[in-house]
Design a protein around this ligand. Structure first.
Ligand SMILES: *Cc1c(COP(=O)(O)O)cnc(C)c1O
Length: 453
């Protein structure tokens, strides 16, 4: 028997085939060569069998795949508003426009237009953050993990930082408070137990080497039952009395109170600052609803130390972030406007009747293999853990077609644009809370195509 791999075409021979050669007129030659090699390699790995669709079609498909960007817009039908895997906060129109405006040309990123001299990017969002929160000073870096690293380095390096064992959290993506602490150059001192930590635990841990007391908001889980934790206010008090700094890792950056919409329990930035800690750290792309960023707010000397820390340069924010963050923050000058125009806030506070109407419209377009049922959406992104938002779901039941939920969901993900759905109780469900109104038609079409495929 001859090895079928012997019959694989040579790269040059395949490139000379008319339908492959034609690809070179529309695509860079190097790209087509790579697609040819990939296609032959793929056939070799498959035991040498020629692609079922034919060599020309297989190379064309590979070229198209390689030519397209790999970072794609997707439709979020999961109902998880702050979906970290799907890029967290979609931006307000004003923020998108600001990014485009700054991207196209030069800007005064680090240039003082009045003086005609070098300026600082740190001034850009600072005044708005101070205005909106009442903090003495503010600095913006690349993300909240970076903000925490900078603050720990600036305020606790070469000394001890005291944290409750109940707050030694992992945020996801292998971001753990003890690891960040180690890299910042501060020595972690753990106090209390997983479920209970008392003020006397902090007091008992203070030494001459103590530089900082850290409070971490348990943003992505809850501890219930026999529990005790020490408030940020008490921690700030002990720190001040002993000449140490205090830092509050808040996580989400909620700037407006959402308790009227049933979302309570997450401290607002103003509440965190009012506790009297020296600095608070939070994300720009969680509940704030802006671009990925880390924001540090607080007392003048603490923030000045953070700004001067060498790590602040290493994790500085870029001009697109600063452009988008500034206009997102400006929307908060009118809280109602922020709620209407910042997608995260709009989705979290949307009237459930509106969601039901979108579910009904989607149901109508999909047809009888769907039904509208009550369900729950999630805030996500390590915010309001345990909070449930009432919603209406479109539940798909591909009747007699022997389509498993996994296959169905995979078909939806494989479309253009990809649609990411949720599987619940062995059915694919779509939550219109996170589907933008102008995406509904696309979703309906994709669902019909997935059912008929
Ligand atoms: C999300 C979160 C972080 C990390 O924020 P990034 O912006 O993702 O870096 C840090 N601390 C807490 C408590 C969080 O919830």
């Amino acid at each position: 028997m001859t090895d079928p791999r012997r019959r694989l075409p040579a790269v040059d021979a395949l490139l000379a085939e008319p339908d492959v050669a034609a690809l070179v007129t529309a695509h860079p030659r190097g790209l087509v060569v790579r697609a040819v090699r990939d296609t032959i390699e793929h056939a070799r790995a498959n035991g040498g069998a020629a692609p079922s669709e034919g060599w020309g079609a297989a190379v064309r498909a590979r070229v198209q795949h390689l030519a397209a960007p790999s970072l794609l817009p997707v439709i979020n039908a999961t109902g998880v508003v702050l979906h970290t895997n799907l890029g967290r906060a979609p931006l307000a129109r004003a923020a998108r426009e600001a990014m485009t405006r700054i991207a196209a040309g030069y800007s005064n990123l680090e240039y003082d237009l009045a003086l005609g001299t070098r300026g600082s990017r740190h001034g850009l969002c600072r005044d708005l953050l101070v205005e909106l929160t009442g903090a003495e000073d503010a600095v913006v870096v690349n993300n909240a993990a970076g903000a925490l690293l900078v603050a720990l380095s600036a305020l606790a390096r070469d000394g001890e930082a005291v944290v409750s064992r109940g707050e030694l959290v992992e945020i996801g993506g292998a971001f753990r408070i003890p690891d960040i602490m180690a890299r910042s150059g501060a020595t972690l001192v753990e106090v209390g137990t997983t479920n209970r930590t008392h003020l006397r635990d902090y007091e008992g841990a203070l030494t001459e080497r103590t530089r900082l007391l850290l409070k971490v908001h348990r943003s992505n889980f809850q501890i219930t039952g026999f529990t005790a934790e020490v408030s940020a206010q008490e921690i700030a008090g002990v720190a001040r009395a002993r000449g140490a700094a205090s830092l509050y890792d808040l996580g989400s950056g909620l700037l407006v109170d959402l308790s009227s919409w049933g979302l309570a329990g997450e401290p607002t930035v103003a509440e965190a600052l009012a506790s009297g800690v020296d600095a608070v750290a939070f994300s720009g792309d969680k509940l704030l609803g802006g671009p990925q960023a880390g924001i540090l707010l607080g007392r003048r000397d603490a923030i000045a130390a953070c700004r001067k820390d060498p790590l602040a340069r290493a994790v500085r924010a870029d001009k697109f972030t600063l452009a988008a963050l500034e206009v997102t923050l400006a929307l908060y000058r009118e809280p109602e406007r922020a709620r209407a125009e910042i997608p995260v806030l709009r989705m979290l506070t949307e009237d459930v009747e509106q969601i039901r109407q979108r579910a009904a419209a989607l149901h109508k377009d999909v047809g009888k293999e769907a039904e509208v049922v009550e369900g729950e959406s999630e805030v996500g992104g390590g915010s309001f853990p345990g909070a449930k938002l009432k919603t209406w779901l479109v539940r798909l039941s591909p009747g007699t077609r022997h389509l498993t939920p996994d296959t169905f969901a995979a078909r939806l993900r494989g479309g253009a644009p990809p649609i990411v759905a949720r599987i619940a109780d062995d059915r694919v469900v779509l939550d219109p809370r996170t589907i933008f109104p102008d995406e509904l038609e696309t979703v309906a079409r994709a669902v019909r195509a997935a059912l008929d495929a």
